[in-house]
Design a protein around this ligand. Structure first.
Ligand SMILES: *Cc1c(COP(=O)(O)O)cnc(C)c1O
Length: 486
């Protein structure tokens, strides 16, 4: 309602009540005004009525919601289902324009505003989370792997002769595919074992650069967040090497926004050396459905260049989801989630350590990994050969999701490249192990149930192992299909 409509209302309902109502509305509008003015995540979260008011104001600015619109184009933001329209708050036009995902869409002022605000609020959060000097970012409706591909494709224009991407090994197929899909040849740099940790081999990286020639290298593709016992790459040193040889540096920060350590590494890397872009998943960091990522960087022109590589228009859903989420949580709510996560990391560390001891195993010492933990399974392996894989399927059946069992010696081919010791980020990690992570949103209840079920599984496997030795059959869980595990 505008001022005019409020005055008209005063003729229908007592003006003192209407005045109160109009003040109440101003309360909502004041919050919206601050958001538009500053483009930052509000410190305190908004309630749902403010968010819905804001979204419906945006939607009426889009041509598909104009009362007098007559569309005779091939894309007019028509939807057949009311459910679908409501699912998107009637924002149907998506974001971008053919040729640039960041461009303003003339048919959709509301969606365009949503897009710009989202990118600005997300940048604010990335900065608050630790990458203080990030200069720009944008949300893409693609997951992390494809977003990395887009970064590599953009670099190709700058380095037309380059064929190789140097990549400290991380055993996640999408990372590898991101490079192959972009048309480049990944050069795998094996990690080195330091204590229990797998860390970046800087010497091998240097050697490879000299061997291949800097001009033939598209970029270094490093990783922060990863499964223990791998730890985040030595980002500062890599960034320095990249600066020295004038080689671009793209960082896969998949779920690193939730960890101040990962964010600090990126900030430091950019300060002392070179980082061109860093990419993070929306769902892994912001508790929204899978389907979006944030591409961010320190040079606005380069980030803009990446956004221009995106062909055509794009879904606004991931932007809408993350904006609604951040407005709901507020910066303080997001910080609270981050600190709860950290607390759960300590809790999980203690619980896993105790459990490991009780079963003759140990929590691997991986202090540089701020999210993921690993428990050795040596004892279990010694007890029975199949027990380690059985544990994986048992946990899966017992609805312990995300706990990942890594046996020794798995071999996996990805796009023609053979990975020995696949899943363990190394050709020869000394022991099989089990992973668990303290990721954003994890609760004390999750940790406690996981420990309880893990304890049960380990007990039953050790019993079954001895039984197996005396010729008895393994428990039914032994026949469960490991292939069903993610
Ligand atoms: C999740 C993840 C990916 C792949 O992300 P998608 O969003 O599925 O493309 C890549 N690398 C790491 C380290 C991840 O954790």
């Amino acid at each position: 309602m505008n001022t005019e409509n409020f005055s008209l209302s005063e003729k229908i309902v007592s003006s003192s009540y209407i005045r109160q109502g109009s003040q109440a509305r101003r309360g909502h509008e004041q919050l919206i005004r601050v958001l538009l003015e500053q483009g930052k995540c509000p410190e305190e979260g908004w309630n749902e009525s403010t968010i819905e008011l804001f979204l419906s104001e945006l939607a009426v600015m889009d041509s598909n919601n104009f009362l007098g619109n007559c569309g005779v184009g091939e894309r007019e933001g028509r939807v057949a289902s009311g459910l679908v329209a409501r699912r998107h708050y009637r924002l149907i036009h998506g974001i971008g324009r053919s040729g640039d995902i960041a461009a303003v869409q003339p048919k959709a002022a509301g969606s365009s505003l949503l897009n710009k605000l989202t990118n600005s609020v997300v940048l604010d959060i990335l900065r608050q989370a630790g990458v203080r000097s990030a200069s720009s970012c944008f949300v893409v409706p693609m997951a992390t792997g494809m977003s990395l591909t887009l970064c590599f494709l953009t670099l190709r224009h700058r380095r037309p002769g380059a064929r190789y991407i140097l990549w400290p090994r991380i055993d996640q197929k999408s990372c590898f595919k991101a490079m192959v899909t972009a048309g480049f040849e990944p050069i795998v740099i094996e990690n080195i074992l330091e204590g229990d940790e797998l860390r970046t081999d800087l010497e091998a990286m240097q050697k490879k650069i000299e061997e291949l020639g800097a001009e033939n290298i598209l970029c270094v593709h490093s990783t922060t967040s990863c499964f223990a016992p791998r730890v985040p790459d030595r980002l500062e040193e890599l960034a320095v090497i990249c600066a020295k040889h004038d080689i671009p540096h793209v960082v896969n920060n998949a779920y690193g926004v939730q960890s101040s350590k990962c964010m600090h590494l990126i900030q430091q890397g950019a300060r002392v050396g070179r980082i061109d872009a860093f990419v993070q998943s929306l769902d892994k960091n912001f508790l929204v459905p899978v389907g979006g990522a944030i591409i961010a960087g320190f040079d606005e022109a380069f980030v803009k260049e990446i956004s221009k590589m995106y062909p055509g228009r794009a879904s606004a859903s991931p932007s809408l989801d993350v904006l609604i989420t951040l407005l709901t949580l507020g910066a303080s709510g997001y910080r609270k989630l981050l600190s709860e996560r950290k607390e759960m990391y300590s809790h999980l560390t203690q619980e896993l350590s105790t459990l490991a001891q009780q079963h003759g195993e140990r929590l691997l010492h991986t202090p540089h990994n701020p999210i993921s933990l690993a428990v050795s399974l040596d004892g279990l392996q010694a007890h029975s050969d199949q027990a380690v894989t059985q544990l994986g399927s048992m946990l899966f059946t017992r609805q312990v999701s995300g706990a990942r069992v890594v046996p020794l010696g798995a071999v996996q081919e990805v796009n023609g490249h053979t990975f020995r010791g696949f899943m363990s980020h190394s050709e020869m990690y000394p022991c099989p192990y089990l992973n668990a992570a303290s990721a954003i949103g994890v609760t004390r209840g999750d940790v406690e149930l996981c420990i309880k079920r893990l304890d049960k599984c380990l007990k039953s496997l050790r019993k079954a192992g001895s039984a197996g030795a005396s010729g008895e059959t393994a428990p039914p869980s032994a026949q469960e299909d490991q292939g069903a595990a993610p």
